[in-house]
Ligand binder design. Structure first.
Ligand code: MTE
Ligand code: HPA
Ligand code: MOS
Length: 754
């Protein structure tokens, strides 16, 4: 039985940041944030907070020794607002006290006077007013849509909207900064990106990168919410540490986390789709208005992925996709599982749904005939290789029998008035690699100790996705020893430098490959050592299998432990550093052409729902999918990733509704107002069939990235619900605006086309 992290989780033994014993005398920080969504700061009075018993310091922008700037892609985000505030929740000051409650109480005593400015919360309004993160449009195109319209038998236009999504990781944003000697600081934080914290802290504190040691232990979930947005709190803790000379800890409480941090980007999109009478998509134009919030954060990169995924799992010869990152007075929205891909795919599914309805076809007929084939080019120029779109679809069609799903749904709906069923099919194609080519690099530092135990350090951060286990498996498989011999270490910038975020589903792929390289180097030293000791020639085959040396095809009695101990005594280096840069990928951001993805992951899901027509509530009856898992390293982890992702995807499109008022204040900032799928809502049946393959362009040992792709199957739940609503009222004028909350389902059943 493999020693999974989950066993430690269940026993309560796993150490998260807040469990970690902070040094004696650690102080605690509370963030004072803007109560207004937009305005000029007229005055800031921290005197009452400073006088509050137990308060050690109140830190504002003027206490920053270096730059008051934490922007990653664009330099447009201050650590602390100084002259102007741009969203409710924008940090203005940090109160440091001897306990968290005192710090929060004192923060409440800070007075800020703000002269209000116009508040924009809607991306289209922002666009019309010229409030953009980047002024120019991002455009991905191929063929000529202008030319193609005349060849279309049908042309339809429409709008589709998708909402935000709260990450709701179990562990809220947290950081602990500790002073080291010589002005250095060690930061432990709940981040997907320790290097971003190292660099940003160095910049804010005006020290060099090597003065900051940044570590992530394990995260109680990240889901993209800690790729960029763990940085502010960690840097604030480091600044607090610099100012007070003491360790400083910041742990946001749930409501602060929900108010202060960004979410999945809501989008409003306009599309125009042209088809032949058979349903072939000839031309597609789409304009995406991304609600970026008040600063860039990762928005431009997310918009790029939206554009790259706007044709989903289909081949469309003429495409023009245009995107705008619209600046609004909301917290900067950020990475969230799928990274803009889901938003892009949703719009095309809405267009297909609309076209199918008008053409009196089933959407799945249009979906099927437009699926990608081997060698088809995406609008960004890359051609499919080992394309699995049709294989997954055909397998799903066969195994789950779409025709009988249709028949059963119709029969049910004939026989029932108060409940209606609906189903939809969703094919997914998701590109694996960071869209920014530079980020596709990883390193691994492997130590084999003299007793034969192994330590693996990489830039990968464990956040529940099982990357630590996969890395242990990669090392164990490369050495030919048991997984129990291998430990994955916490992620630390002094062991692995210049790391990329653990994101883009590529953590196991890239860090696994780096680990394989490092282990391979040590292994070859060990083999040579054995050859020398056993007086073999250089070309004699030596292997290690199941912890024993196999010499010239014969098992010896030399164990791995004996070999490593002997190597140590003979002064053989038992450590190695492996570096991996994803080969062959490139992308030109000026032309938006290239081959940005190492490979694509495919799959097809069918989701069935039952709608209660009196209440608007619904149940997800089943999720059935054929998914391209590649050659899975760990089917248990991969299956649970797939199940978790699809449930999270369904949540985004159904229950989860991020609501703010026109003043930019979140009103869904508690778990009584913000609903997520719980055990009761979880689909009654989830079935993932593995489309196993051994594609050589894939990840480590030909496994495939799994973290994000299945999220997008959730889109089927939305259209299944629209179908159920239409079964209840065929004249219902359903506006394609996700999520389809029970309230919206109810209103849609009883609202008619005007
Ligand atoms: N699974 C769990 N349990 N918790 C998480 O935070 N994050 C997801 C996915 N699966 C996440 C998760 C996201 S957004 C990504 S990009 C990948 O895991 C990152 O990990 P990987 O690259 O190792 O797959
Ligand atoms: N995916 C996820 N995170 C990222 C990416 C990406 O493509 N680019 C930068 N951060
Ligand atoms: Mo995942 S959104 O790439 O962290």
């Amino acid at each position: 039985m493999l020693n999974y992290d989950s066993i430690r989780h269940v026993k309560g033994e796993s150490i998260f940041l807040d469990d970690f014993g902070a040094p004696a005398g650690t102080l605690h920080g509370a963030v004072f944030y803007s109560p207004e969504a937009h305005g000029k700061i007229i005055s800031l009075d921290t005197s009452e907070a400073e006088k509050h018993p137990g308060v050690k310091a109140v830190i504002t922008a003027k206490d920053i020794p270096g730059e008051n700037q934490i922007g990653g892609i664009i330099q447009d985000e201050k650590l602390f607002a100084d002259t102007e505030v741009e969203f409710i929740g924008e940090p203005v000051a940090l109160v440091i006290a001897d306990n968290p409650l005192t710090a929060r109480k004192a923060a409440n005593k800070i007075k800020i006077e703000i002269e209000p400015l116009e508040v924009i919360t809607d991306p289209k309004t922002a666009f019309e007013k010229g409030s953009l993160i980047i002024k120019q449009a991002r455009i991905y195109s191929c063929g000529s849509t202008d030319e193609a319209w005349k060849n279309c038998d049908f042309i339809f236009e429409g709008t589709a909207e998708t909402g935000g999504q709260e990450h709701l990781y179990l562990e809220t944003q947290s950081a602990l900064a500790m002073p080291l000697e010589g002005g250095s600081i060690k930061i432990i934080s709940s981040t997907q990106n320790p290097t971003a914290i190292q660099r940003t802290a160095a910049r804010v504190l005006a020290v060099s990168d090597n003065a900051i040691e940044s570590e992530a232990m394990r995260l109680g979930g990240g889901f993209g919410g800690k790729e960029d947005q763990a940085t502010a709190w960690a840097v604030m803790a480091a600044l607090g540490c610099k100012v007070t000379g003491k360790s400083v800890k910041i742990v946001l409480n749930r409501q602060e986390d929900m108010r202060l941090t960004g979410k999945r980007h809501p989008y409003v999109s306009n599309y125009k789709i042209g088809l032949s009478k058979e349903g072939k998509i000839i031309s597609y134009e789409v304009v995406f208005y991304q609600n970026a919030g008040a600063a860039a954060d990762l928005s431009p990169a997310i918009l790029d992925r939206t554009l790259a995924h706007c044709t989903g799992s289909y081949f469309i010869p003429n495409v023009k996709a245009e995107g705008y990152s619209c600046k609004t007075n909301l917290p900067p929205n950020t990475a969230f599982r799928g990274f803009g891909g889901p938003q892009g795919m949703f719009v095309l599914e809405a267009a297909i749904f609309n076209a199918a309805e008008k053409m009196k076809m089933e959407p799945r007929v249009i979906q099927e005939i437009n699926l990608l084939n081997e060698g088809d080019a995406f609008p960004y120029g890359q051609k499919t290789e080992f394309c699995k779109a049709k294989e997954c679809w055909n397998e799903a069609k066969l195994k789950f029998d779409f025709d009988s799903v249709k028949r059963e749904t119709d029969e049910f709906n004939e026989a029932n008035k108060l409940f209606k069923k609906g189903f939809a099919v969703m094919p997914v194609c998701f590109g694996i690699s960071f869209t920014n080519t530079m980020l596709n690099q990883a390193s691994s530092l492997v130590h084999v100790y003299a007793d034969g135990s192994v330590s693996v350090s990489t830039g990968a951060v464990e956040m529940g996705q099982g990357v630590n286990m996969k890395l242990r498996q990669v090392a164990a498989a490369t050495f030919g020893i048991s997984v129990d011999k291998v430990k994955s270490e916490f992620t630390n910038t002094t062991r692995n430098a210049n790391t990329s975020a653990t994101a883009a589903s590529s953590g196991a792929d890239m860090n696994g490959n780096a680990t394989k390289l490092a282990c391979g180097e040590i292994l070859s030293r060990l083999k040579n050592h054995y050859r020398r000791a056993a007086k073999l020639s250089e070309s004699d085959p030596v292997e290690i299998e199941n912890g024993y040396v196999i010499s010239r095809g014969k098992k010896t009695d030399v164990t791995w432990e004996r070999l490593t101990a002997s190597a140590y005594r003979n002064r053989i280096d038992l450590s190695a550093h492996g570096f991996y840069a994803t080969p062959k990928i490139y992308f030109d951001p000026r032309t938006n052409k290239g081959s940005p993805f190492a490979y694509h992951v495919y799959g097809t899901a069918v989701i069935t729902v039952t709608l209660d027509c009196l209440r608007g509530t619904y149940e997800i009856d089943s999720v059935k999918a054929v998914h391209d898992f590649g050659k899975s390293i760990n089917p248990v982890i991969d299956r649970s990733q797939a199940e978790g992702a699809v449930i999270q995807g369904i949540g985004w499109l159904t229950l989860e509704e991020v609501v703010h008022n026109e003043k930019g204040r979140f009103i869904s900032d508690t778990l009584s107002a913000y609903k997520v799928p719980d055990m009761g809502f979880t689909p009654k049946k989830i079935e993932f069939l593995f489309l196993e393959n051994n594609d050589r362009n894939a990840g480590v040992f030909n496994s495939k990235a799994i973290g994000e792709p299945p999220f997008m199957y959730g889109i089927a739940a939305y259209f299944a619900l629209v179908n159920a609503v239409k079964a209840a009222n065929k004249n219902s004028d359903v506006k394609i605006s996700a999520p389809m909350t029970p309230e919206k389902a109810f209103m849609n059943i009883y609202g008619e086309k005007k």
